[in-house]
Design a binder for this molecule. Structure first.
Ligand SMILES: [Zn+2]
Ligand SMILES: [Zn+2]
Ligand SMILES: [Zn+2]
Ligand SMILES: [Zn+2]
Length: 431
């Protein structure tokens, strides 16, 4: 059902002069016939905090031809008028008045928006062109804005063929395929955020060498897993170790330890892991660990790895491994057998739970027996009543309080709100 701009945004919008100190009202129907980008945002919003100034600069510099056809309307979730005013000042476009709270809530609901920033682009007849406005602008601002005024989105995608992997939120920088389907080649320089699909790779002009990403959950040989790692670094110096040494006879499994010096749970866990590792090494050297760093600079990387009795992947050479394991949080220990089977995706929990026994199993190329419900260890949760940390055994979560967990004993003592049993995560069954 077609809607008009007035129905969507009400009668009046706000705009301000260039310095931002004078705000005036304009009738919404001044925007009739234009492509409209609704910018849902809030001043303190985390992941897209940097987007407002970036988009403001782009919007100020855009060709008049585009400006005649496109406008942006800010829809605020700011908590009060003062933060709204301050935030809107940075924006060279229109806004829904702060007083129109009911309408901004209704719009957020209509477009299915959570509490993160979002840019929804609408055609002049109020049909949605794209909900990925922010990502489209980040990938190719000029092209995105130009296409929107033609009623088209920047991203496209296709159905995956058998065996092809779907990379969510990844874009091919040449043909703008997103989600990205199939073989992915990318630049490991974080600031580049550069990826090419198989077809666009034929026409690659990127200034840095590209690596081929490994497909998550597919089984690879150790040689393939280490393909994008040039060498390892010995624990306490700059000495280079050939990758070959990790594939020697007798090595049954390798633990990839993702960690960083700036992360305090990591700093707490590393000495425990090192202690257990040294003990395990004294009886068998068939299980090895390599450190894959999330440190931001060489100095902290070098300082951190000097505490570790195992070698490290050079800083920033672990991108393909990180994507392969889909590692999203640290500390994480992923254990792989020498023929590439996943022995554990929760190795750090296994080490806390079983100590040296865990490493003994891995040294034989074996998985651990999965923990029973009673001994399951929630490394990221504690009991909010008796403070058991980490929480072990059944975990109950309050449906009313935010992030309120209870152990079984405290659950039995009772809580004022309804509780829900949190299901125990299962390691992927990869056989
Ligand atoms: Zn492409
Ligand atoms: Zn690059
Ligand atoms: Zn408790
Ligand atoms: Zn509660």
């Amino acid at each position: 059902m077609a809607t008009t701009l007035n129905e969507l945004l009400g009668e009046q919008l706000l705009q301000h002069n260039e310095s931002g100190d004078e705000t005036s009202q304009i009738p919404t129907n001044q925007l009739n016939g234009k492509t409209i980008a609704l910018y849902f945002s809030v001043h303190w919003c985390g992941p897209n905090r940097d987007f407002t100034p970036i988009f403001a600069e782009i919007f100020k510099k855009v060709d008049n031809e585009i400006k005649d056809k496109l406008d942006v309307v800010f829809i605020s979730y700011d908590p009060d008028q003062a933060s709204f005013d301050e935030y809107f000042k940075e924006m060279p476009w229109k806004a829904l008045p702060f007083s129109d709270r009911d309408r901004s809530k209704a719009l957020a609901k209509k477009f299915n928006i959570g509490d993160i920033a979002c840019l929804i682009v609408l055609s002049p007849t109020c049909e949605t062109i794209t909900s990925d406005g922010i990502d489209e602008v980040r990938v190719s601002p000029d092209e995105a804005l130009r296409r929107w005024t033609q009623g088209k989105r920047l991203f496209w995608s296709r159905e995956p063929r058998e065996g092809e992997f779907t990379w969510k939120r990844i874009t091919c920088n040449q043909c703008f395929m997103n989600p990205f389907i199939g073989t992915r080649h990318g630049c490991t320089h974080e600031e580049c955020q550069f990826n090419l699909c198989e077809i666009c790779l034929l026409n690659n002009k990127h200034e840095h060498p590209l690596i081929e990403y490994l497909i998550p959950k597919k089984q690879y040989s150790l040689e393939e897993l280490f393909k994008s790692v040039p060498h390892l670094l010995n624990s306490n110096n700059e000495e280079k170790i050939e990758i070959e040494t990790m594939r020697k006879d007798g090595i049954k499994s390798i633990g990839f330890y993702f960690s960083a010096h700036w992360c305090s749970p990591c700093r707490a866990f590393t000495p425990k892991l090192a202690e257990v590792y040294k003990e395990a090494q004294s009886s068998s050297q068939s299980f090895r660990i390599v450190f894959v760093s999330w440190d931001r600079d060489e100095e902290s990387f070098n300082e951190y790895r000097s505490e570790m009795p195992w070698p490290a992947v050079p800083l920033k050479a672990g991108t393909a491994l990180e994507a392969y394991f889909q590692c999203v949080a640290i500390p994480s220990l992923f254990v792989i057998s020498s023929d590439g089977k996943v022995l554990s995706r929760r190795g750090n929990d296994d080490v806390l739970r079983k100590g040296v026994e865990a490493m003994k199993s891995w040294a034989q190329g074996k998985k651990l027996v999965p923990p029973s419900t009673d001994e399951f260890l929630w490394s990221d949760a504690s009991c909010n009543s008796c403070n058991m940390d980490p929480l072990i055994g059944q975990r109950y979560r309050c449906l009313t309080c935010d992030y309120y967990d209870l152990c079984l004993a405290c659950k039995n003592k009772g809580h004022e709100h309804p509780l829900e049993l949190v299901p125990q995560p299962v390691d992927d069954q990869e056989d």
